[in-house]
Design a protein around this ligand. Structure first.
Ligand code: GLU
Length: 410
């Protein structure tokens, strides 16, 4: 039951020292760091991150790593000195280099007592409801098992990060996917400067900014390294995306000694991009806004009460009727015995499966269907109460400085 174990309630990290308070952290490292500016995989740097992540784990933190470097390492292994322009050649290089990446992470992290797992994802995987749930539950299961997932884009089937991001966007998407408290983007720059520090001697490091502030994009323009694709602009955009899920981001130099351990101890290093919407409210707002309803389930009075007043997940035993035709991961309305919608959420079973397991205890799911995805029909974290949705919207309005709409206004 990984979803249940991994998705326990956590206090959101404060904006004062987000990494110190973060329980779940995503660390993203770019190609130039991982491959020592294209000279080949830097086993020593990878080992240093492993040592630091082992320290974080010993402090009870859950950690995931998003690592680029496959293309750069593949180029080295293929003897290419210039980055090719043809997309299929870049993808081929990524496939070659990924072997080395997995190899070095596995042995370097094992030396620090960390077990690793390779996870290759695409943006589409995270946009598709079913794959989103699958990726989320696999990652949460790995965290619950104490394993450190090492994530890269699946460059064989997509080219998003090869073209634009060097995995900065992927880091943000992963942070949102698993409800991380903080995203740390390690790079070869000290953080975000007011101008390009390599060209402007007056450029000043920004220590703390609000993620999503449009002025940041202008400051970030043009700063980039030749090895990775990202530069600073994709980091600013990734921080904005992470913040939309309530995740704070730090962009800092990966060459800074003990950077991860010091950030976790509360030291201010690099640039902190503060997320203004709390994580839980952000997720609930996202769920409420982005879901197209594919069907509905009707509950008995006890289940409706447990959901609204008890803050529980929805179990199949409380469902009395199913309408519509939906697949695992799609959004459904959750209705009380009178048929009034009280919540909506992402369902773990298809409509056909739900019809078979409704009114039955979760312990019977496997005997009925031949498998069990989850004991819950809809996990609490994937569910938003209609009334909670209004509370989150009001809180967002208040934060943005506007007053709540007066009654009577459209
Ligand atoms: N996912 C790719 C990698 O790991 C992106 C980086 C790039 O295009 O150089 O290598």
């Amino acid at each position: 039951m990984p979803e249940k174990r991994g998705a326990r309630r956590r206090a959101a990290a404060s904006a004062e020292a987000p990494v110190r308070e973060a329980r779940r952290v995503v660390v993203k490292v770019g190609s130039s760091l991982v491959t020592n500016d294209g000279r080949g995989l830097d086993a020593d740097a990878i080992s240093q991150w492993g040592r630091q992540l082992a320290e974080l784990r010993a402090l009870g933190r859950e950690v995931l790593m998003v690592s680029s470097g496959a293309v750069a390492e593949g180029m080295k292994r293929l003897g290419w000195t210039r980055r090719p322009h043809a997309m299929d050649e870049l993808q081929a290089a990524a496939a070659v280099g990924q072997m080395g990446l997995a190899q070095v992470y596995e042995s370097a992290f094992r030396a620090h007592g960390l077990q690793t797992a390779q996870v290759l994802l695409t943006h589409e995987d995270l946009a598709d409801r079913k794959r989103y749930l699958n990726a989320r539950s696999t990652l949460l299961a790995l965290l619950a098992l104490g394993v450190v997932p090492i994530i890269n884009e699946n460059d064989t089937v997509v080219t998003d990060e090869i073209k634009f991001g060097d995995n900065d966007t992927l880091g943000a998407l992963v942070a949102n996917l698993i409800d991380a408290d903080a995203l740390i983007i390690l790079t070869d720059q000290a953080g975000l400067f007011t101008a390009d520090p390599r060209r402007d001697p007056d450029a000043r490091l920004l220590e703390r900014v609000v993620a999503g502030d449009p002025a940041l994009e202008a400051m970030a323009g043009g700063v980039g390294s030749s090895i990775g694709r990202g530069g600073m602009i994709t980091k600013v955009l990734a921080a904005r995306r992470a913040a939309s899920g309530g995740v704070h981001t730090v962009v800092a130099s990966g060459r800074e000694r003990d950077v991860l351990v010091r950030l976790a101890a509360g030291e201010a290093i690099g640039t902190l991009f503060v997320a203004q919407t709390p994580r839980l409210a952000a997720r609930k707002t996202w769920l409420a806004d982005h879901l197209q309803l594919r069907g509905a389930v009707r509950l008995d009075a006890g289940a409706a009460r447990a959901l609204v007043a008890g803050g529980r997940s929805l179990l199949p035993i409380g469902v009395t009727a199913v309408s519509g035709d939906f697949s695992r991961g799609e959004a459904v309305a959750i209705c009380d015995p009178e048929g009034t919608e009280i919540a909506r959420g992402l369902i773990n079973y298809s409509s056909a499966e739900t019809r078979l397991i409704m009114r039955r205890p979760s312990s019977e799911i496997e005997a009925i269907l031949g498998f069990m995805e989850h004991p819950e029909l809809i996990h609490r974290d994937n569910l938003v109460l209609r009334q909670q949705d209004q509370i989150a919207a009001k809180a967002d309005l208040a934060r943005s400085g506007r007053s709540s709409p007066r009654s009577g206004r459209p």
